[in-house]
Every structure is written in C-alpha cells, then in structure tokens.
Design a protein around this ligand. Structure first.
Ligand code: TUI
Length: 308
C-alpha cells in the first residue's frame, strides 16, 4: 500500500509500531520492520548504553528502516536525542512533550522527525518547526494520553497541516486502518495489537491480560497528577482509581505507588503492583501472532474495505 508515509520512509506498509516504554525493544522493532512496517525502539527512561546496544542489535536484525521513540519527560531525552544522530537512526518519534529544541539538529543530520501530538495547536507548531509528519494520538491509546479522541483529532489535524498525518489510538485491525484513511490519515501507529505479537518480549501474564481483556477492561488512572495513563483494569489499577476518586490517595502517594510499576508489569507480570498499560481496543485482540501476520492481515482487510 503506497501513501506519502511509505514513500517518505521507504517502507512497504504505512504502519508504525508504537514506541511503548519498557516494551518496544529491538526484537519486536526488527520483526515489524522486516514485515514492512516501521519498528520502533522505545527510549523510555532506559540508560543510554542499553539503548545504544538496542539500536545496534536492531541494525543487525534488519536492513530495513526503523525508528526510536524519545519520551520527552525522561531525564535521558537530551542524551538520546544526540545518540540517534550518532547512530544514524533513520526516524525519530517523540512523545509526552514538545521536541522543538532538538528539531534543528535532527533535520541537519537527516533524521526524519515524527512527533506525537494530542492537539491541533501542537501539530501546527511541529509542522512549522520542520516535522516530516505527525502522529495524531487519540485518548483511546494506552499509556500517557491526551483528551481528544482519534475520531475527532485526526481529521482536524489533517485539515490543519500539509505534512502527512498518522492516526493512533484504538486501531488494531483493517477496519481501523481503513477508517483512519477515511479521516485523512496517510498511515497508522499501532501499539496494543503488538503487545500480543509473538516477538513482543513482555511477561506472559501481560499478554494473557491483553488477550483476555473485554471492551470495558481498560481504565484511566492519574488524571489528578497531570499524567493520565490508560491501563488494563486490575486489582491494582482499580485501587489507584478509587484512591484518586475518594481522595484516600494524595497525588504524591499515587506517584509513589506507580513508580516502577510499568517495569513490574513488563518484566515480572506482577498483578499486585504492576501497571499493565494498554489501549481501549485491547478487547478486540484475541490471539498472539507473529508481527508479520498481524500486519499482513490488517492491510489485506483494509485493502478490501477500501476497494483496492
Ligand atoms: O508518550 C506517550 N505515551 C506514553 S509515555 C509513557 S512513560 C511515562 N512515564 C511517566 C509519566 C508519563 C508517562 C507511557 N505512555 N504517548 C505520546 C503522547 N504524547 N501522548 C500525549 C502526548 C503529548 C502530550 C503533551 C505530546 C505533547 C504534549 O505537549 C505538551 C506541550 O508541551 O505542548
């Protein structure tokens, strides 16, 4: 499927794998890139030496383009911004902030820059700053989220920009891909569906939670801390949500409880203290499959729906 995004990046399918912190490492990213999408290694708040190793490992596993996601709230953002230049990473996506101060250096180095935006205002600023495309991410996404929905945000961002728009949030099959194109997107970013990819290195308990989730099994916690986060509904996240609602947890206590909770979910499958981030579309995911099958099925269905 050819779009402005496949042409811009030299990939076969216009799909980015979400840069999920603690989750998106070189094995998953290389599998997605080898399948013709854009695999992404998450910077998260990981140490720079680990990320350098992951980037080099990804290069050894694929000769296709891949990207690195920089979480701008992370203390290592500055160092990682330089690492992607030094390692000649072809594409950078950013999240959780405004990457304006890094833009000139990335452009000069020939890195393609694709920021995640939760609003039209930030999308317009990113285009002016030289972004190659933007990812308009709706509140259906997993992890740290904005307020606007994919259905409302994507067409408004597409109307406001000349550069291509990638839709994210709530997309897990060909219907979501086709709908995104109808909304004016030139590509999609998919996170939650790849949690249930065979190559995704998360704890088996995490995959099981995603595959067993129903439509009502995602929950947003932490709005009162200023960092709302969508997770699988578990005993732990229900406790956080009720503490937030009835005031029995202060924002500081909430932050203390959630510190390190993503690592506990991803590495240990810890249901008592782990935050299993997932998007609202988890209920649609029923099977663990190789990334290549996920992508090929998604685009075969989208092609059919779009009458190609
Ligand atoms: O970043 C994400 N999702 C994430 S990051 C993450 S790890 C984390 N750790 C600690 C606290 C919070 C998160 C888990 N999930 N998605 C991309 C995203 N970016 N969602 C929303 C935004 C965003 C929000 C505000 C992007 C830009 C922005 O700009 C504000 C400004 O500066 O104008």
């Amino acid at each position: 499927m050819k779009t402005q995004i496949t042409q811009l990046l030299g990939i076969e399918y216009p799909i980015f794998q979400g840069g999920m912190a603690w989750i998106a490492e070189s094995t998953l990213a290389a599998a997605v890139s080898n399948a013709g999408g854009l695999g992404i290694i998450a910077g998260g708040s990981a140490p720079i030496d680990y990320l350098r190793e992951q980037i080099r490992r990804c290069k050894s596993l694929t000769d296709k383009p891949f990207g690195v996601n920089i979480m701008l709230m992370s203390p290592n953002a500055e160092e990682l911004a330089q690492l992607v230049i030094d390692e000649k990473v072809p594409v950078v996506t950013t999240g959780a902030g405004n990457p304006g101060k890094f833009m000139a250096a990335w452009k000069e180095a020939g890195v393609k820059v694709v920021p995640v935006v939760p609003s039209v205002a930030l999308a317009v600023r990113m285009e002016r700053a030289g972004a190659d495309a933007v990812i308009a991410e709706g509140t259906e996404s997993g992890g740290h989220i904005g307020e606007n929905t994919t259905m409302c945000l994507v067409p408004q961002v597409a109307d406001a920009l000349d550069i291509p728009v990638i839709a994210a949030g709530g997309i897990a099959d060909g219907r979501g891909v086709a709908a995104s194109f109808m909304l004016g997107a030139q590509g999609v970013q998919v996170g939650t569906r790849f949690l249930a990819a065979e190559e995704c290195q998360i704890h088996p308990t995490y995959k099981e939670l995603v595959v067993k989730a129903k439509d009502t099994d995602s929950i947003v916690t932490g709005r009162y801390t200023g960092h709302p986060c969508r997770n699988v509904r578990t005993k732990f996240t229900k406790k956080l949500a009720s503490g937030e609602k009835d005031g029995s947890l202060t924002p500081d206590e909430f932050e203390q409880l959630t510190l390190g909770s993503l690592r506990k979910a991803v590495q240990d499958g810890n249901l008592e203290e782990g935050s299993f981030l997932c998007g609202a579309i988890a209920g649609m995911i029923k099977e663990v499959k190789p990334a290549k099958e996920i992508i090929e099925e998604m685009f075969a269905q989208a092609d059919k729906l779009l009458g190609k």
